[in-house]
Design a protein around this ligand. Structure first.
Ligand code: NAD
Length: 441
């Protein structure tokens, strides 16, 4: 038996701060309030509904994850955040149109009490939105200071010891890491000099890490991928994770592709297209925001199928991803996949997937799990990139020398084994030596 790690208990309340209070953030917060009021169930959440097997199968120990690791109780969550529009969470949730109004009306008072703080925003990074509820400051360092004050005030007003930040804001324009991102010293200099390569999301992440608050990146933004922020996370011993919540079409891809590979079925092409009509779709209609999303979506197959290891099956497959803004659909996206595969003697076959999904319904439990696990990581003394949370992300962050693991099932095993490790339980590889001993008797 391994040693149980020293984990600080989850006493008191936990603040969940979301830059961005749009469809995902409101569906998440309203969902938790609905669960707490007994008018909804947290479907899709591993922390609330998942179990974990411990020890040998014969031991029959399968507790709920929330009873196994010390997680914050849903009743102890407090919500806050920022937006470029001043709508409170009730108004924003009605606007987002994901949850039905009669459900929102039953928790209206609580939702109305969650009012955004004014945002740090730069229209160069999100071209399609014109908000008015925006902070002013002479330098980006001034803006970072204002965010730090916001965090301090929020914690004080709600009597919180702990908080986590989960980016639920819009997708920013695609940028690559450059000189100003290379080290913390260069980054801080860039903040005082208003360097244009510092995106608003990076200012939020910087403020969070300075305030001892873990940061999770729900969008494909570069934010915590840069060496400067990773240096700060390590220095202050704070967990970071990302990026881009794995919902909808990419979730399907990371479920199907490992299956095709396991059965050694070849792939000649995978065409994914979808229509969505929410504000996220509007933002992604801008080519530079779409580019961030496209890069995060395209990597998936390459890593799962390993064309270099299986050139006969996966060399040169054609992979295309399209997102089309189509207002009538709102948050109810429709994603089509056409998958051209080949089998025995190269005979071609096709798979068609038509996923009528609800984007924010799939994203909300991820926000919850990520927030609770990031807090657990912090209380357990873990810092830097939390690769064990790859399960939740389209484009998982990993250490520089590693490639990301995209296979949902490997990610799932890794997550659960991390929990077992934290609690001093044996890791489960599904390969008990006794099994083999028995086979050869
Ligand atoms: N819904 C999903 O399934 C899903 C999956 C993966 C990633 N995401 C990402 O999550 C994010 C949120 O998605 P959504 O559907 O809620 O979008 P949304 O447009 O409904 O909400 C985003 C909110 O962020 C606000 N915002 C933009 N820039 C901001 C800033 N600098 N500071 C504070 N607020 C800011 C916008 O005003 C908006 O209210 C997007 O980046 C999206 O790409 C969503």
């Amino acid at each position: 038996m391994k040693m149980k790690r020293d984990i600080k208990p989850a006493v008191g309340k936990l603040g969940i701060l979301t830059p961005g209070m749009g469809a995902v953030a409101t569906t998440f917060a309203a969902g938790v309030l609905a669960v707490n009021n007994g008018i909804g169930r947290p479907i899709g959440s591993l922390t609330q509904m998942g179990t974990i097997r411990l020890g040998k199968r014969t031991e029959k120990r399968v507790p709920m994850i929330k009873d196994f690791v010390p997680l914050t109780n849903l009743k102890d969550l407090v919500f806050g955040g920022w937006d470029i529009f001043s709508d409170n969470m009730y108004e924003a949730a009605v606007h987002a149109g994901v949850l039905q109004k009669d459900l929102l009306d039953r928790i209206r008072k609580d939702l109305e009490g969650i009012k955004p703080m004014s945002a740090v925003f730069d229209p160069e990074y999100v071209k399609r939105l014109n908000g008015t509820y925006i902070k002013k400051g002479n330098t980006k360092m001034d803006l970072a200071e204002q965010l730090r004050e916001d965090i301090q005030k929020f914690k004080k007003a709600n009597n919180l010891d702990r908080a986590v930040m989960v980016w639920c804001g819009s997708t920013e324009a695609y940028i690559e890491s450059s000189d100003v991102h290379e080290s913390l010293a260069q980054f801080e200099k860039g903040l005082t000099e208003n360097n244009p390569a510092i995106a608003p999301s990076m200012i939020y992440a910087y403020a969070a890490l300075k305030e001892n608050v873990p940061y999770a990146n729900g969008a494909p933004n570069l934010t915590v991928d840069i060496p400067a922020i990773q240096e700060l996370a390590r220095k202050n011993r704070i967990p970071i994770s990302g990026k881009d919540f794995k919902t909808g079409q990419t979730l399907m891809k990371t479920i199907l592709a490992p299956g095709l590979k396991a059965r050694l079925l070849g792939l000649s092409g995978w065409f994914s297209t979808n229509i969505l009509g929410n504000r996220d779709g509007e933002v992604l209609d801008d080519p530079m925001s779409f580019k961030s999303k496209e890069v995060s979506k395209l990597g998936v197959l390459e890593y799962i199928l390993q064309p270099k290891v299986y050139p006969d099956l996966y060399d040169n497959f054609y992979h295309k991803v399209r997102i089309n803004y189509y207002p009538p659909r709102g948050d109810n996206k429709e994603g089509w996949d056409n998958i051209d595969i080949f089998g025995w003697l190269d005979y071609p076959m096709q798979i068609k997937v038509d996923f009528l999904c609800r984007d924010s319904i799939l994203a909300a439990p991820i926000v919850l799990d990520v927030a609770l696990f990031m807090d657990l990581a912090k209380r357990s003394g873990m810092s830097g990139i939390q690769e064990w949370l790859s399960f939740y992300y389209k484009s998982p962050m990993v250490a520089k020398e590693l490639y990301p693991e995209h296979d949902l099932f490997i990610q799932h095993t890794k997550l659960k084994n991390t929990l077992r490790y934290l609690m001093g339980e044996d890791l489960i590889t599904h390969l008990g030596l006794e099994y083999y001993d028995d086979l050869f008797v």
